[in-house]
Design a binder for this molecule. Structure first.
Ligand SMILES: Cc1cc2nc3c(=O)[nH]c(=O)nc-3n(C[C@H](O)[C@H](O)[C@H](O)COP(=O)(O)OP(=O)(O)OC[C@H]3O[C@@H](n4cnc5c(N)ncnc54)[C@H](O)[C@@H]3O)c2cc1C
Length: 431
């Protein structure tokens, strides 16, 4: 069996790959099965050790697009980048998009992904009109918020466990073009971040913070806040191609020294404080998509991402505690995102977004010391009543998962008996 992995490049599992070429293809029946989108989840939510992965990138057909209403129907293997290429010339954009456009519609539904506009637009599921779910029995279930609504809520954020999503209908949002205008500014503390988020969330579609995770003492919680809105602007898109990291370095260049140096320069660079900024949507929304296979930079052992959500009341104390633990451990990376979630309740039973603040950071995999650090962060998240994002996880304990997502038992009744994942087996085993 071939060895497969996900974006964090850890863990690596042997699994059978069955490539679907059409939504009408029969399923192979080698259980346990699991749909695989574009592997942009960081851990094992899209892996199935010893089982079968249904590769869905062949489900890449558009079924219908109405340029008047902005309603799009497509197969589940279509990527957001393909959707943008089709709809943006007509003035329509995905209403919610994660920090990479290289995800499939099926993956976006199964993790109920969120973007920099969660405070305004909620998550992917809030714009999902309907989808078709294929069960291993052959049954095709049409699902929407009003029809088979329990299947809709189980499958949205349902981690691919209820069956194969074949097609989806989405309501796109109107935009005047590919440009985003706004500003960026430095903040010196978490209190300043919260004040900026409060001030900006009514006026700006997109808001996001970058945090210096190596900063400690009086610099703890410093970072850069960016905000923007789609605007009408007539200029050709910047001519930037993609670069590719072609080799995995034997040792990761991401270490305490390089992170400190990079963060200092990044924080101080003039573009960190721009009163009037104009960005093409690609560098603003998808800054890493121009560097293909950047995940190799973490070396042969791969890396972990830790993304948690902390409730509003607990965030002011839990966040600085986390940052102190991370700075003390000297294990972070420059990729740290801080974002205020809005209060719109998620529609999926296991959806991750919830009111409060979300912090996401990458850590090179240094084995047991990194696992210990992540467990220490989990202890803070658990005590704060928060949650860790399954799409980014490869190691949380069953106890943590079950505390974060109490609806997991409800999902069990809707799981396809032939579907499972490495993630699910890990987080539902008895400890
Ligand atoms: C650089 C980067 C930035 C990111 N930023 C964000 C962000 O801002 N917000 C956010 O929410 N996420 C973010 N992510 C995570 C990413 O959006 C999710 O992990 C997304 O689900 C990946 O989609 P995929 O198509 O690669 O699916 P995969 O990772 O291959 O699979 C994800 C899940 O979807 C299921 N699945 C896939 N296709 C189907 C199908 N047809 N039917 C049923 N189940 C299916 C799989 O079984 C699996 O459980 C980011 C990832 C990267 C690499």
């Amino acid at each position: 069996m071939p060895v497969g992995t996900s974006w964090g490049r850890w863990p690596r599992y042997e699994q059978r790959i069955f490539a679907l070429g059409s939504r009408f293809d029969p399923l192979p029946g080698y259980a346990p099965m699991l749909a695989f989108g574009n592997g942009r989840s960081y851990g094992d939510v899209c892996l199935n050790e010893g089982g079968t992965l249904l590769a869905t990138r062949g489900l890449d057909r558009f079924v219908h697009f109405d340029p008047d209403s902005g309603v799009l129907e497509c197969e589940a293997g279509v990527m957001l980048s393909d959707i943008i290429a089709l709809t943006l010339p007509h003035g329509w954009f995905p209403p919610v998009t994660p920090g990479t456009a290289l995800v499939t519609v099926g993956g976006a539904i199964a993790n109920d992904v969120h973007g920099k506009n969660h405070h305004r637009a909620g998550s992917f599921g809030h714009h999902l009109l309907s989808f078709e779910l294929r069960r291993s029995s052959g049954q095709m279930l049409p699902c929407s918020p009003t029809h088979n609504s329990d299947w809709f809520a189980a499958t949205l954020g349902g981690l691919g466990l209820t069956g194969l999503i074949c097609t989806a209908r989405l309501q796109m949002r109107r935009v005047p073009g590919p440009w985003i205008a706004g500003d960026s500014q430095r903040f010196g503390s978490l209190d300043e971040f919260f004040a900026l988020a409060r001030q900006s969330d009514t006026e700006y579609e997109y808001t996001v913070g970058w945090l210096d995770c190596a900063a400690s003492g009086s610099r703890l919680g410093r970072g850069i806040f960016m905000r923007g809105n789609h605007v009408e602007h007539h200029a050709p898109p910047p001519r930037t191609g993609s670069l590719r990291i072609a080799l995995t370095p034997p040792l990761s260049p991401v270490n305490n020294l390089t992170v400190r140096l990079f963060n200092e320069l990044y924080f101080r660079r003039p573009a960190a404080a721009q009163r009037h900024a104009l960005w093409h949507y690609k560098p603003f929304l998808y800054p890493l998509d121009g560097l293909l296979e950047w995940n190799r930079l973490y070396g042969p052992r791969g890396f972990f991402q830790y993304q948690c959500a902390l409730p509003p009341d607990a965030a002011a104390t839990a966040l600085p505690e986390m940052l102190r633990v991370i700075a003390g451990a000297r294990q972070g990376s420059p990729l740290v995102v801080l974002k205020q979630f809005g209060s719109m309740p998620s529609l999926g039973w296991l959806s991750f977004p919830r009111p409060g603040v979300t912090l996401a950071l990458d850590f090179p995999n240094r084995g047991v010391v990194t696992l210990r650090l992540l467990e220490a962060l989990d202890a803070i998240t658990r005590a704060a009543g928060g949650a860790v994002y399954p799409a980014k996880d490869a190691r949380m304990s069953a106890g943590s998962f079950q505390q974060y997502f109490p609806a997991w038992k409800r999902l069990q009744d809707y799981m396809d008996p032939q579907f499972s994942s490495s993630f699910w087996r890990r987080v539902t085993r008895s400890e």
